[in-house]
Design a protein. Structure first.
Length: 181
């Protein structure tokens, strides 16, 4: 009996030769369950990323760093500006990924789980690069306006998210049944 279940499961993993659509597994489907958390996180990410990108001229203003926080011009040019540009570019990339992910999610496309896994791994990479950019800057203690601790916490949170949701996207019956187009 167990052998028949495994054989039918293997047959269902293959794509239908006529339509190219994977047949549904027995069980649940739809955008419920844990996918509700995914939807909420995508919408919140969209709002926060739009907010970050829209305020780029405020963050990139050298006067804010040099006069407002007492950072010398050389440190701004060598350390802070490259970090700000990296943050801006990574925010734009993540914004595009989030928008594409939302479209794939609501169209129930089979590329959605893969796009989400890419986004989770990209968040880890962005966190690591941010942490390195902050840590590499030799800033005197009295002028230390950039703390690497939040970037390290971002890495840990991103790794935990990867450890939870990547296996979910790979193993969930709901995901396999929902994203079949």
């Amino acid at each position: 009996m167990d052998y028949k279940y495994r054989k039918s499961e293997l047959d269902m993993n293959s794509l239908s030769p006529k339509t190219g659509i994977r047949p549904e597994f027995p069980g649940i489907s739809g955008l419920g369950g844990w996918l509700i958390l995914i939807q909420i996180s995508l919408w919140l990410s969209l709002v926060f990323l739009i907010s970050d990108v829209s305020q780029v001229n405020v963050f990139m203003d050298p006067a804010r760093w040099v006069e407002g926080r007492g950072v010398d011009q050389q440190m701004y040019t060598e350390v802070i500006r490259p970090l700000l540009w990296f943050g801006f570019i990574s925010s734009i990339i993540l914004l595009m990924i989030v928008i594409v992910s939302l479209v794939l999610l609501y169209k129930k496309k089979k590329q959605f789980p893969r796009m989400m896994m890419v986004m989770y791994v990209l968040n880890v990479v962005i966190g690591i690069v941010t942490w390195i950019l902050i840590a590499r800057g030799e800033i005197p203690r009295e002028q230390h306006v950039l703390d690497p601790t939040p970037a390290f916490h971002l890495i840990i949170r991103s790794l935990l998210t990867c450890c939870i949701f990547i296996p979910y996207f790979l193993k969930s019956v709901r995901v396999k049944n929902t994203f079949i187009k």
